[in-house]
Ligand binder design. Structure first.
Ligand code: SF4
Ligand code: SF4
Length: 442
């Protein structure tokens, strides 16, 4: 694609990056076929190619985002299916990230929308606040039915979004997991040492996931540390276009992980929430212009691994075969498109005795996408219903996923237990059976 940035514009490293990305696009349109919003809405401006044009116009003309541009960028899930499909290697992720930052900086959203986004950015990355808000949402849920029916508009109103938020609150919250600073020694001879990302929403909604990871890793000779003073990875505010917040969190995490690696040694930083993993692996890029952090951020990104990547490198000891358990594997977008991890989780499950089924249309997002299911509840619900219908065709006993956002989204529409891949692997190697009533996400 031809671009017309001035030399002065190209002196800005972000614009130079955007120029490189835009020039790689040959507008072939292959990406439209796998874009969930284009598949549902059929509007070129809700396709990756359409959005790329909108972003190009906005950046080239250096003009504030119009309501039309904001509408179509807001509808993008950042699922990155387009990056998997694109034959020209267009880095849509870095382009849309820039667009979101510009929208946040230069576009004045209506007051109610600004307030909602501010609340989400404040609450979601802070486990204490998030826990309190979940309790309040649970108490408020019975009143949701009393709210007047929201109007159907191109952009959902505040009422619709509040209803969506209340619907996502779980019926009960489990007790909090172990605190930052905890160290879990390896059983027997120590074969390695890793940090485990504590996460923010996940540690409130399902601390059992990281507990399963700790149990499995220590059982296989790996010491696990929950690094003190670690923060939310920044993914949630990054996707809201609030880069100052996201970058501050990235710097804080790089600092504490680097210190841990230098003082006590780390073979990897393991992540059980693939949405977070995609962003941590991008810290090196996000902080590339920061002279004080560029090098260490790149090192941290290189250390970050999805838990399944790490487990692929060690021999697990299955204690029992689970070949009577059929698992539908839901491939989270951030894992399959963001990190290109597609086969490994399924291979690990199969190798450890589960009957693993692929879900039809597995490239399509379930509609969770960070805060998307709150901010765009209508599209998100349609994607969830489509995902659940596809899952039902394989008649699973359980649904496995590697991302808490997907787990909550899918669990909201099915009675089949939704569990994390690591919980199944822990079960296969001697841990408790997951997915029992009362284990969360109900
Ligand atoms: S598939 Fe790639 S090159 Fe083709 S239009 Fe989409 S982003 Fe551009
Ligand atoms: S990230 Fe997903 S929703 Fe956004 S343009 Fe790409 S495929 Fe479509």
């Amino acid at each position: 694609m031809k671009t017309e940035f001035s030399l002065a514009q190209l002196a800005d490293p972000d614009i130079a990056e955007a120029d490189k990305i835009l020039r790689a696009c040959v507008h072939c349109g292959f990406c439209t076929a796998t874009c969930p919003t284009y598949v549902l809405l059929g509007d070129e401006l809700d396709s990756p190619r359409g959005r790329i044009y909108l972003i190009k116009e906005m950046l080239e003309k250096d003009r504030p985002p119009t309501p039309e541009v904001v509408k179509h960028i807001d509808r993008c899930l950042s699922c990155l299916a387009c990056m998997t499909t694109c034959p020209s290697g267009v880095n849509y992720m870095h382009l849309v990230d820039q667009a979101r930052v510009r929208i946040e900086r230069d576009f004045s959203r209506p007051f109610a929308e600004r307030a909602l986004r501010a609340v989400l950015a404040l609450v979601l990355p802070r486990p204490g606040l998030f826990r309190a808000s979940m309790i309040m949402a649970r108490l408020g849920r019975p009143f949701a039915a009393l709210l007047p029916a929201p109007k159907t508009t191109a952009t959902p109103g505040l009422l619709r979004r509040i209803k969506a938020m209340l619907a996502l609150a779980p019926n009960s919250l489990p007790a909090p997991g172990p605190a930052g600073g905890s160290v879990f020694p390896a059983a027997g001879v120590r074969r390695g040492r890793v940090a485990l990302l504590q996460g923010c929403a996940q540690q409130v909604l399902a601390p059992r996931i990281n507990q399963a990871a700790i149990n499995l890793l220590t059982r296989h000779g790996i010491e696990v540390v929950l690094v003190k003073d670690e923060q939310c990875c920044g993914a949630l505010t990054h996707h809201l276009g609030r880069d100052d917040d996201a970058l501050a969190r990235a710097r804080a995490n790089v600092t504490v992980w680097q210190r841990e690696a230098e003082q006590n040694g780390l073979d990897a930083i393991l992540v059980t929430t693939s949405g977070c993993g995609t962003v941590i692996k991008d810290y090196g890029f996000m902080l590339r212009e920061d002279r004080d952090f560029a090098g260490s951020a790149a090192q941290i990104s290189a250390l970050a691994k999805d838990i399944t990547e790490f487990l692929g490198g060690i021999d697990l000891n299955p204690s029992s075969q689970k070949n009577d358990v059929t698992v539908a594997y839901h491939s989270a977008c951030s894992l399959q498109h963001g990190q290109k991890i597609t086969q490994l989780p399924k291979e690990l499950l199969s190798k450890n005795g589960f009957v693993v089924k692929d879900v039809p249309e597995s490239h399509l997002c379930c509609g969770s996408a960070g805060t998307y299911n709150i901010l765009q509840p209508d599209i998100a619900s349609r994607l969830r219903d489509r995902k659940i219908a596809n899952i039902a065709t394989v008649k699973p006993d359980m649904i496995a996923a590697g991302n808490i956002g997907c787990m909550v989204q899918i669990a909201g529409g099915t009675s089949v237990p939704v569990v994390h891949t690591i919980e199944l692997l822990d079960w296969a190697t001697g841990g408790p059976r997951p997915g029992l009533a009362g284990s969360g996400l109900d």
